[in-house]
Design a protein around this ligand. Structure first.
Ligand SMILES: [Zn+2]
Length: 279
């Protein structure tokens, strides 16, 4: 690794020993990076209160010895994202986002991937900072995070035959995406029913810039369907239950839809449901 210099977002930090701090950073050059800041809790000059979660930083440091943890020598604040800290909903959603990145961002991804992921994280935090988070924003941030991590479900084409679903579609969690009506019938109960309108809205959500994304219309039915399939997709393919999820659920409890957890038990299609094509 070459000398550390550039921007970073702080994903997590813990005290270590008498005066050090270990920080997990997301950087546009190295992707996720764990560093040790020696004497950080004593040196206000090198770390003027900067090693806290969400902080957008300008950092300087040097590689670790024999491939060990890199040394962070200085961190200067670019933005503290202050308004993420004074509102429970914003804090909870931003916390969920940075924990997702801390657990799933690659440590040695390609420079292009690292830059893309960093830009995503910065844009997402700036968006959350300006909003009043609700279930819709949580869904959109989660979908965009999966996309930025290269883990997005296939929403355009049947994962079994490659054809775009033309009528009713299903979502096959284990295969990671949508199935056409014919393949939904073949796999039976494994396919979750999903309306084409929901799939189109999710496709749009991946293409819009953040300003337009905030105005994307998502009806109650589409939101409920999208939440259900994304939740199951996340559990199956990512497999992590994040610690920040409990706080996030708590902060969104007043939002219009029923709490998220019970929807996991919504039964999938049983055999051939009423109203589905016979052929
Ligand atoms: Zn198909």
């Amino acid at each position: 690794m070459k000398k550390l210099a550039g921007e970073a977002i702080l994903l997590r930090a813990v005290d270590f020993g008498e005066s050090d701090r270990i920080a997990h950073l997301l950087t546009p050059e190295f992707g996720r990076l764990t560093v040790i800041a020696k004497g950080a809790r004593r040196s206000f000059r090198r770390f003027p209160g900067t090693l806290d979660v969400f902080n957008h930083l300008r950092i300087a440091g040097r590689p670790g010895r024999r491939g060990g943890m890199a040394f962070l020598e200085q961190a200067i604040l670019i933005s503290p994202f202050l308004s993420l800290r004074d509102h429970m909903g914003r804090f909870a959603l931003a916390g969920y986002l940075v924990e997702t990145l801390d657990r799933m961002a690659p440590e040695n991804g390609s420079p292009a991937e690292a830059r893309h992921l960093f830009e995503f994280a910065l844009s997402a935090l700036r968006t959350i900072e300006k909003t009043q988070p609700d279930r819709r924003l949580r869904l959109l941030v989660e979908l965009r995070a999966l996309d930025a991590l290269g883990l997005c479900p296939e929403l355009r084409r049947c994962v079994r035959c490659g054809r775009p679903p033309a009528a009713r579609a299903g979502f096959l969690v284990a295969d990671g995406g949508v199935v056409c009506a014919q393949h939904a019938l073949e796999v039976g109960a494994a396919a979750l029913p999903v309306h084409l309108g929901t799939l189109r809205a999710l496709q749009q959500a991946l293409e819009l810039d953040w300003d337009r994304l905030q105005r994307l219309a998502l009806g109650r039915q589409a939101l409920a369907e999208a939440e259900s399939l994304l939740f199951r997709f996340h559990r199956f393919h990512v497999g992590l239950e994040l610690r920040s999820e409990t706080l996030l659920e708590e902060s969104l409890r007043g939002d219009s839809l029923t709490p998220r957890a019970p929807r996991v038990d919504t039964p999938p299609l049983q055999g051939r449901p009423a109203g589905w094509p016979n052929t």
